[in-house]
Design a protein around this ligand. Structure first.
Ligand code: ZN
Length: 99
């Protein structure tokens, strides 16, 4: 892995803490806040600091199931109505079966 700012390979792994000494976590937007208090819907954060320029890089420790859950659509996740409207062929077939 290279530094995104200067391209150097001089990266050192580490951990970022808040002022209370707690590790920082990444909270998924679709996870309720009360569940995240128990660690549900949160992911750890990996950090690497560049010794050459001081740039700090963050990465999320996703679980094995997260790619299946979130990579169904490239780019921004569409809303429910957009998903329904994007499959008109299937909708037509269902309508014909009903009538
Ligand atoms: Zn750098």
């Amino acid at each position: 892995m290279n530094c995104l700012a200067c391209g150097s390979e001089s990266l050192v792994g580490g951990t970022v803490f808040d002022s209370n000494g707690s590790n920082l976590n990444f909270k998924l937007d679709d996870a309720p806040v009360w569940k995240s208090l128990f660690g549900v819907g949160t992911r750890g954060i990996r950090t690497n600091g560049c010794v050459h320029c001081g740039h700090l890089q963050l990465a999320v420790d996703f679980t094995e199931k997260d790619p299946q859950r979130y990579q169904q659509f490239e780019g921004e996740q569409p809303g429910l109505l957009e998903r329904i409207n994007s499959e008109p062929g299937e909708q037509d077939t269902k309508m014909r079966e009903v009538f």
